[in-house]
Write a protein of this length. Structure first.
Length: 243
């Protein structure tokens, strides 16, 4: 879009390893190809994921960190913060808001991408409680916490992290009940998105079926967004937070 602001740094905050690959990896690849510096913040280690009941949960967490690191590199991301919160038990807490605020003040992104805190009743599996909590905590960290010198004062007093104001937040997939206002053509980067998803080897069995579903979602999104049936796209709701 011709009126898009110049963005040099973006931060993607999600609940689990693989959430960013499902939600925005195609867009991330578009951005990194254009020279944008993109960082990831993964709130949990995804230790409750997968279907192997015999696996030691700590081993699962370590494996999922490795998988996410590999997947991130596929789309041009090499800077990842893992916060290490327990999978499946995420709640909006002051500790979580502080930890995300710390990442924001450290990375100083103009754009933050996160999951929606609004439950989608037409597509319930997208509204995992951890997703909702991560989205809400991220928005709280963007406003007011990261810009307020008196929020989480240890960040300033003990760690020397100055307040920082994020210009905008992009909610992945939009927000239930609100028409998403940004459609990003990812036709050229869709294969890398799928390659990033394939890095999460511990989570899925039928890769061909998963890939077909993801391609269908991307094509349906592009069609609904007016890009045409031969294109693929990801959608976002943009929240302006810089004012």
């Amino acid at each position: 879009m011709p009126d898009e602001p110049v963005v040099e740094r973006a931060l993607v905050v999600v609940a689990h390893p693989d959430d960013c690959d499902f939600g925005c990896a195609g867009t991330t690849a578009v951005w990194t190809d254009a020279g944008m510096e993109v960082s990831y913040c993964i709130v949990t280690d995804g230790d409750a994921g997968g279907s192997d009941r015999s696996a030691v949960r700590a081993d699962v967490a370590a494996q999922r960190r490795r998988e996410q690191t590999e997947a991130a590199a596929v789309v041009g991301v090499r800077d990842i913060e893992f916060l290490g919160y327990p999978d499946g038990r995420l709640m909006v807490s002051m500790d979580l808001r502080r930890d995300i605020s710390r990442v924001i003040r450290t990375k100083r992104p103009q754009r933050v991408v996160c999951q929606s805190p609004v439950r989608n009743f037409t597509r319930i599996f997208a509204s995992h409680p951890d997703h909702l909590a991560a989205g809400e905590a991220t928005l709280d960290a963007v406003y007011p916490d990261s810009r307020n010198p008196f929020a989480h004062m240890e960040l300033l007093d003990k760690e020397g992290l100055e307040p920082y104001t994020v210009d905008e937040v992009w909610l992945m997939g939009g927000t239930f009940g609100v028409q998403p206002d940004r459609v990003i053509d990812v036709t050229a980067t869709a294969d890398r998105k799928l390659a990033a998803l394939r890095c999460h080897r511990s989570q899925y069995d039928d890769w061909n079926a998963l890939e077909e579903r993801v391609r269908m979602w991307l094509k349906a999104t592009a069609s609904a967004g007016g890009l045409g049936e031969d294109r693929m796209a990801e959608i976002f709701q943009v929240v302006h937070t810089g004012g």
